[in-house]
Design a protein around this ligand. Structure first.
Ligand code: ACO
Length: 361
């Protein structure tokens, strides 16, 4: 039976994460994700996803050291990064530069060391490309800083404020992993052919880039800017829906209630900002949009997804808009690699069928 977009089809069994779309729950290896943010670091959450259990302090420190050791780009990567066309978008740059990583060691089966190396490299690629485009010198990774703080440091050359790196860490933990989303599925399909881990991650990056998936935060900013004021919200939203447009940051294949990550990010933003006009407007527009969507598209269960407040959190910490999707990618690399490792443990090649609707001559 044909199911457009594989809606409702179970494509894999996984012990990595679970989503309850009706209750609005996201579980990483048995832990409700909302209990992880603020309590654990990026490194600890990554350890949980990769190893299947929370680390001891020594184990988390060890993983932190491994990430630090692997942050440096090779000469070929630097060479490519500086020679790509200046108008190439950052996700295409990431996809291209990461392709130059590794040689013969990246063969089937994938390893955890490779997962750590890829995760460590991505923030450096993003930050170095950003510096290169600004005509600024590269900032070498800071040995004393953890994964998230170091990313911000490599972008600006300044050690980030604790609240800023905490806000980004919250976002990155919440978006590290999310079941069989489109990019993770891409990664698993590539892995299922017994291709290498780099190729799986490159497939996932290409999938992540699309506006219906990881490209949505930029669309959220465009939507909020187009609306501009609370008074305009209803007419702009009505017009978009009547034209068959989708509101960026709303709707989800699995969640038919509010995405728990959106709730957690909103909480973090309120804590970070206190009173803030931009955030107040985003909250007001959310309420208006959800009520209108219920009237205009009844029964579809359209609420805010993670991308709605992702845009606000990244703006709040002054990340430029074009880095939103790459930053999401830096987080999701953990989930992708965990899934590829899981796929490799019990692999069957993905090879669905298609329904021929052409003619016979
Ligand atoms: N705005 C308005 N209407 C919507 C929206 C939206 N954001 N999302 C879904 N709908 C409507 C559709 O028009 C459709 O209505 P219909 O029954 O009248 O045809 C109905 O809800 C079902 O929509 P589908 O597109 O079939 O739902 P699907 O599960 O395929 O899509 C998706 C999920 C892609 C996330 C969709 O909601 C969307 O495009 N949202 C906007 C983009 C976005 O925010 N993406 C980020 C998702 S989170 C992430 O990837 C990290």
């Amino acid at each position: 039976m044909y199911q457009p977009g594989l809606k409702g089809i179970v494509a894999a069994q996984t012990a990595i994460s679970h989503i309850d779309g009706e209750k609005g729950l996201l579980i990483y290896r048995g832990h409700d994700v909302r209990t992880l943010t603020g309590r654990c670091s990026f490194e600890e959450a990554a350890y949980l996803l990769w190893y299947g259990r929370m680390p001891s302090t020594e184990e988390a420190d060890h993983l932190g050291e491994e990430l630090k050791t692997n942050r440096t780009l090779s000469e070929p990567m630097l060479d490519i990064l500086t020679h790509l066309p200046v108008n190439m978008d950052p996700m295409s740059v990431l996809r291209t530069v990461l392709s130059a990583e590794g040689g013969t060691e990246y063969v089937w089966k994938p390893t955890l060391d490779q997962a750590v190396r890829i995760t460590a490299l991505i923030p450096t690629i993003i930050a170095y490309r950003e510096r290169h485009l600004k005509g600024a010198a590269f900032i070498k990774p800071h040995d004393e800083l953890g994964h998230v703080s170091n990313y911000l440091y490599m972008l600006t050359g300044m050690e980030p404020d604790h609240a800023v790196s905490q806000a980004l860490e919250t976002y990155m933990i919440l978006t590290m992993e999310h079941g069989m989303n489109a990019s993770t599925f891409s990664a698993r399909v590539t892995a299922s052919t017994e291709s290498d881990l780099i190729s799986s991650v490159i497939s996932a990056i290409g999938t992540m880039k699309g506006p219906l998936h990881g490209g949505a935060p930029t669309g959220v900013i465009a939507l909020l800017e187009e609306i501009g004021t609370e008074e305009n919200a209803e007419s702009v939203i009505r017009k978009k829906i009547s034209q068959g447009e989708k509101l960026m940051g709303f709707g989800h294949r699995i969640y038919k209630t509010r995405d728990p990550r959106a709730t957690a990010l909103k909480g973090k933003l309120l804590e970070f900002h206190g009173e803030n006009e931009e955030l107040d407007l985003a909250i007001a527009i959310e309420d208006i949009a959800v009520n209108l969507l219920e009237k205009l598209k009844p029964g579809r269960g359209l609420y805010t997804n993670v991308e709605y407040y992702a845009a606000s959190i990244m703006r709040a910490i002054h990340l430029p808009d074009h880095l939103f999707t790459p930053t999401f990618t830096a987080a999701r690399a953990v989930g992708w690699t965990a899934h590829v490792l899981e796929q490799s443990e019990n692999n069957t090649i993905f090879r669905p069928q298609s329904d021929y609707i052409g003619t016979l001559v």
